[in-house]
Design a protein around this ligand. Structure first.
Ligand code: HEC
Ligand code: HEC
Length: 413
């Protein structure tokens, strides 16, 4: 129960848990032998004012406290890459770093021993860079509109596996949801550059996991399906609602006059950010837009058009959530902007017209919304109220102390 205390709503949650767990049967009936009882505790996403009620939790992967906890361990365990040698460890947390709002928050990160992102291959002995910059994992449980910068991971996708990485077209290797990111991260040459077999074998060989798999899934068996489900449960548990802005909405904090001015600019036609990044407390619509960065587009670019084939989507990417934006530079899918000042200058006077610009970039003909220096400073002050310091310090999402040495940390160049 202790882990809910940081939410400040320990008692109501505890009560819900008690009520719910009394009424719920085992979630994995098919797998559980009847000789002992398997009773994991449901994990409840906190019900916070103004946050969506509709959660993206697949029916075959209900969240449990034990599943989330196992997922946290696996998320931080560089041995998931199938490697045990110190200079080859890559975990989800190598790239998705808590103190950076679960992005890397750095440009061209390198492993401490000098290797770049992506484990070394023959072609890239120093490691292969990821095609795009990162996306944060925060509030993914509220996203119903596809994952990845172009939304290519979507519930409507068929099972298709991946021949290149020797991944069969079976049920667990899908391109549908957060679960999919696990096999993709393990096998992608620009990420862990491993195989499912190596990964499962490495985790299976670690004695402390046996009890955790049993607590989460009823038996000690380690398999890929369980690994992906538990990591996805942990990712879904990462919810952010304690920024100053969110507290202001709940009347638990005040904005300064300058922050309030920036807030009003953001949520009005004056700076005109809210159409794409507002709409809800998530600070994103999770929709895809061409936000007027470029004149022409490489037909091979993996933008939204590559997923939908709709010419309106040429050059379009998902508008990311701006929660914790202070911590997640560099910005845009290609990391072209390094600072919030550069971003604000871009939307103010740097827009580039093309036939594909989204109609909501209403001021593209004037190159932007034309903010003066005071407006720019106010808008920036508002963006800085979106940082959730409780999230980035919460032990609930942190690396378990016993895994620090297995995490595989990267550093700036
Ligand atoms: C080498 C760095 C790296 C590693 C390791 C990594 N990721 Fe990522 N992750 C990324 C990048 C880059 C993206 C953006 C992908 C794109 O181009 O759309 C991303 C995107 C995601 C997304 C989509 C977020 C969204 O809102 O669409 C999820 C979920 C995710 N990663 C989960 C994981 C999990 C789980 C692991 C571990 C099994 C992992 N990642 C390991 C770099 C990494
Ligand atoms: C027409 C929709 C639209 C409008 C209006 C818009 N944005 Fe964006 N924004 C996007 C999209 C799409 C991206 C991602 C584009 C990419 O990566 O290529 C983005 C990216 C960003 C990023 C970088 C996020 C990251 O994690 O890399 C910031 C910061 C940002 N916008 C702030 C703003 C501000 C401030 C305003 C108002 C001045 C604004 N946006 C107006 C669609 C929009």
């Amino acid at each position: 129960m202790k882990k809910f205390i940081s939410f400040g709503i320990a008692l109501p949650v505890a009560m819900i848990l008690v009520i719910w767990s009394c009424g719920t049967d085992s979630t994995e009936e098919a797998e559980v032998p009847q000789v002992y009882s398997f009773n994991p505790t449901p994990y409840v996403i906190p019900d916070v004012a103004y946050f969506p009620k509709n959660l993206n939790i697949p029916s075959d992967n209900p969240m449990t406290i034990e599943g989330v906890e196992l997922g946290r361990y696996l998320f931080y365990d560089g041995r998931l890459s199938g490697n045990t040698s110190k200079d080859m460890l890559m975990s989800c947390a190598t790239c998705h770093v808590q103190k950076n709002g679960f992005e890397a928050g750095m440009d061209n990160p390198r492993f401490i021993n000098g290797k770049t992102f992506g484990l070394p291959t023959e072609e890239y002995p120093e490691g292969e860079p990821t095609p795009n910059y990162m996306l944060p994992l925060v509030n993914s449980v509220y996203n119903q509109n596809g994952f990845g910068w172009n939304g290519f991971i979507n519930e409507s996708n068929e099972y298709r596996g991946n021949e290149e990485f020797n991944v069969p077209a079976t049920k667990e290797f899908h391109y549908k949801n957060i679960e999919s990111m696990v096999w993709m991260s393990i096998t992608a040459s620009h990420e862990m550059n491993s195989t499912i077999e190596k990964s499962v074998a490495a985790i299976d060989a670690i004695p402390m996991y046996k009890a955790k798999f049993k607590a989460a899934f009823g038996t000690e068996d380690v398999n890929y399906d369980r690994i992906s489900k538990s990591i996805a449960q942990f990712v879904r548990s990462i919810v952010s609602y304690n920024s100053k802005f969110h507290k202001y909405l709940r009347q638990e904090a005040d904005l300064t006059a300058q922050e309030k001015k920036g807030h009003d600019l953001f949520f009005s036609e004056d700076a005109d950010c809210f159409h794409c990044h507002g709409g809800s407390v998530l600070m994103t619509t999770n929709e895809y837009f061409n936000n007027a960065k470029d004149k022409s587009f490489d037909p091979k670019e993996k933008n939204r058009f590559s997923v939908t084939g709709d010419p309106m989507d040429i050059g379009a990417f998902r508008a990311p959530s701006l929660i914790n934006i202070e911590l997640t530079a560099p910005y845009m899918h290609d990391g072209r902007f390094k600072t919030l000042d550069e971003i604000i200058d871009f939307y103010s006077e740097g827009l580039v017209y093309s036939d594909y610009v989204h109609p909501l970039m209403k001021n593209v003909r004037q190159k932007g919304v034309q903010l003066n220096d005071d407006d720019k400073a106010a808008l920036k002050a508002f963006l800085l109220t979106l940082t959730d310091n409780e999230l980035i310090q919460s032990p609930q999402y942190a690396c378990p102390p016993e895994l620090v040495k297995w995490n595989g940390q990267a550093s700036v160049n």
